[in-house]
Design a protein around this ligand. Structure first.
Ligand SMILES: [Zn+2]
Length: 228
């Protein structure tokens, strides 16, 4: 009771505001208000992500992304909060949504969740890897273990915006390696690779490639958003 009153008082003093539009939020709204939430552009389950984003790459069995990533869309504001404003729980929030989608759509069982790692220098600067928090949300929902140290980013890759598809794939080749401590966990296991936003798909494909080299089973790719 006291706690309830106290939180009521706290809300009265500093009402939580929507990350996107800055309006005060009402009960049950989290991070963004309902109006802004409705502006998120959902990706239809019938959209073939493997065909369009991963060029029908045979390493990938399933792919789920929740929203289209667009400039000035609330999804961009939320991903920005997750990556650069220490709002780690936005990752869990979306992770739980992804977990729910997996449970609705995918019949295969998965053994591990592997977040795409950041390069150590980037992780030091940011203090955490946003994809780990998305993975935690998925893990909570589906009760699948996160293997967050399974992959290491061993090469710092430059921005890929000016490169074509082949050059991008070449650019990330050798960027990751398997942490040998976890190598025995991989053969025959179905693995979910998690990233925040999938842009070219090159990074994910490189992660999938090295997991497949270790004889991983099926690979599913999940992200909050897909960039066009
Ligand atoms: Zn809003």
């Amino acid at each position: 009771m006291f706690k309830k009153i106290f939180s009521g008082v706290a809300n009265f003093i500093v009402p939580p505001i929507c990350l996107c539009c800055g309006k005060p939020m009402i009960d049950k709204e989290i991070y963004i208000c309902r109006q802004c939430f409705l502006k998120l552009e959902k990706i239809s389950p019938s959209f073939d992500i493997i065909k369009y984003q991963f060029h029908e790459n045979s390493f990938i069995s399933h792919a789920i992304s929740l929203f289209l990533f667009k400039e000035d869309n609330p999804v961009q504001v939320m991903v920005h909060g997750l990556k650069y404003r220490q709002m780690r729980n936005i990752g869990k929030f979306f992770g739980r949504m992804i977990g729910f989608e997996i449970s609705k759509r995918i019949r295969d069982n998965f053994d591990y969740i592997v977040p795409v790692p950041l390069h150590i220098s980037k992780k030091r600067e940011r203090t955490y890897n946003q994809s780990e928090f998305i993975s935690k949300g998925i893990s909570e929902t589906l009760n699948i273990k996160v293997m967050d140290k399974c992959l290491k980013r061993v090469k710092f890759t430059q921005t890929q915006t000016k490169l074509n598809r082949e050059q991008r794939q070449e650019n990330v080749r050798g960027a990751f390696s398997i942490n040998q401590k976890f190598a025995d966990n991989i053969p025959g296991k179905n693995i979910i690779i998690v990233d925040d936003v999938v842009t070219t798909g090159a990074t994910i494909l490189e992660c999938a490639r090295i997991l497949k080299e270790e004889s991983a089973g099926k690979i599913m790719v999940c992200s909050i958003a897909l960039a066009e």
